[in-house]
Design a protein around this ligand. Structure first.
Ligand code: BES
Ligand code: MN
Ligand code: ZN
Length: 506
């Protein structure tokens, strides 16, 4: 597991025609259209094969609908072993998201084990489409096999990608490098989420974060129970009270070596297991609750990626990590916790724990005096009810911040939808005995949770992503296997890249 064991496919370029490629498979994108309209890559290969390819798709009735695949052994005389034709749908609808999903899907049709593949330069959009294709192949190659028997077939996985193009410009190398870094960061976040909760304890996330210290520009600080007590972080301590596992506040600080254009704090919810505490969850809702540290995984992976890309931005990743269990000392409904900024919270439901530990972490982030604060959390089931499993909610002050994050998400195939911070709903959080209570009423649960967090951010620029839906996939997602998805890693890093050059990649 972890950073250095995550394999990123190696990428190289070739000016040779793709039909000469000596690889395990050619992955050929095909447009949905008439015979002469299936796209330049298809046409070129078909010409080299004297019309064999065209006959094949006719015979097989392959229509090239988006992400449909036709995988065949290569005909005699070919230098490649297999042809994987992958549909892109109609030309007018092709974008980076289709390219990424199509290439991820193609990986499932390779032979088991590590594979080399050749791809043509996908389409006219140059580097952006190329980046999306590489991301698709890399993300589609992910599997979590640590606890599986060796007897299983090894999953298909791309180790080497050869990009065939006669045209080469300097933006290609950067697009490839970004795609490699973004996808390996995503896969690391997936690993952290997929790790069983018995081993992925707060101390273990801290140990994983500490490994980042070996990288230039990264410093890691970890506060344990005594330091949390000294800092009066009653929210984190209150969530951790029912567990034997020591809570941690993890701070990874990336300081670029040259000019620094901006500073940002990324705060990620790190509840390593959410049983609900004394407000215990039903068994069925608890099954996926190892995913409750997906926000933490995302911010750690993002700061790692920022350092690998040497972005000229100071990035702080802050993770409050705790286990929410109903042990003998657990926080009880009716208890009052004091957050490190002095505000008191009446805990009426111990299952609304994320906001309690985030309150301390956001207070800490504010003390770093950064230009902006972005937090990520698997915060509410209500958000899943509102937006489903594919889309995350984004809230921001001012609204421009949400819009910029949304654009970054769109560029990376991670849909975000803006939700409103409805001031009028603040009254839902009024408590009779403390400054706030930790739950609102029956309605707008994602909004009242966001309003709660807002009480702990003084920074003028703040965004909150509720990733409860897309962080963990129970049915097969398009860009990888079931389980942790690494959602928002690519969005965050693409957003950071956009802050450094407000050009077309932002
Ligand atoms: N970790 C959960 C939210 C969650 C739900 C994440 C589904 C991923 C998938 C969070 O701590 C929680 O339990 N929220 C409660 C809040 C309620 C008690 C106000 C919820 O949404 O039910
Ligand atoms: Mn909970
Ligand atoms: Zn939770």
């Amino acid at each position: 597991m972890a950073t250095d064991e995550t394999i990123t496919p190696k990428v190289s370029f070739s000016a040779e025609p793709i039909d000469r490629s000596r690889v395990d498979a050619l992955v050929i994108p095909v447009l949905e259209g008439e015979k002469h309209d299936r796209g330049p890559a298809f046409a070129a290969l078909d010409r080299a094969l004297d019309g064999w390819l065209n006959e094949l798709v006719q015979d097989q009735g392959f229509r090239a609908k988006a992400c449909c695949v036709l995988s065949v052994p290569a005909p005699g005389g070919s230098t490649a072993k297999r042809y994987v034709l992958v549909g892109l749908g109609p030309a007018a609808k092709v974008d980076t998201s289709v390219i990424r999903r199509a290439h991820a899907k193609a990986v499932r049709y390779l032979a088991p084990g590590g594979q080399s593949v050749a791809i043509p330069l996908p389409g006219p959009e140059g580097s952006q489409w190329l980046g999306a294709a590489i991301e698709g192949l890399a993300l589609g190659s992910y599997s979590f096999t640590k606890y599986r028997g060796a007897s299983d077939d090894p999953p298909a996985e791309v180790r080497r990608i050869l990009v065939h193009t006669s045209r080469r410009d300097e933006t290609f190398d950067r697009a490839v490098r970004e795609a490699q870094v973004l996808s390996s960061a995503t896969c690391w976040a997936r690993d952290l989420v997929n790790e069983p909760p018995g081993s992925m304890t707060p101390a273990h996330i801290a140990a994983q974060a500490r490994r980042l210290e070996r990288r230039p520009g990264l410093k890691v600080r970890v506060f344990g129970r005594r330091e949390l007590e000294r800092r009066a972080m009653g929210g984190i301590l209150g969530v951790a009270a029912g567990s034997d596992a020591e809570p941690k506040l993890i701070h990874v600080d990336y300081r670029p070596s040259g000019r620094i254009s901006k500073s940002i704090a990324l705060v990620g919810k790190g509840v390593t297991f959410d049983s609900g505490g004394l407000s215990l969850k039903p068994a069925a809702s608890m099954m996926t609750m190892k995913c409750d540290m997906a926000g933490a995984a995302a911010v750690l992976a993002a700061v790692h990626a920022a350092s690998q890309l040497k972005l000229p931005i100071r990035v702080h990743a802050i993770v409050p990590a705790a286990e929410n269990l109903p042990g003998p000392r657990a926080t009880k409904p009716g208890d009052v916790l004091t957050i490190s900024n002095g505000k008191t919270v009446e805990v009426l439901n111990t299952d609304a724990e994320g906001r309690l530990l985030l309150a301390d972490a956001l207070t800490y982030a504010d003390s770093l005096r950064v230009d902006e604060v972005v937090d990520l959390a698997t915060l509410t089931g209500a958000c899943v009810i509102a937006l489903g499993n594919d889309v995350a909610a984004v809230y921001s002050r001012p609204p421009e911040l949400a819009a910029a994050l949304r654009r970054a998400g769109e560029a990376e195939g991670e849909p975000l939808w803006e939700m409103p911070l409805v001031e009028a709903y603040k009254k839902e959080l009024k408590s009779e005995v403390a400054d706030l209570k930790n739950i609102g009423g029956r309605y707008a649960g994602s909004i009242t949770a966001a309003l709660f967090l807002a009480e702990f951010v003084k920074n003028e620029r703040w965004a909150h992503l509720d990733i409860a839906g897309p962080a963990f996939a129970e049915s097969l997602p398009e860009l990888g296997p079931k389980g942790g998805t690494g959602f928002a890693v690519r969005t965050l890093v693409r957003y950071l890249i956009g802050l450094t050059d407000p050009g077309p990649s932002s």
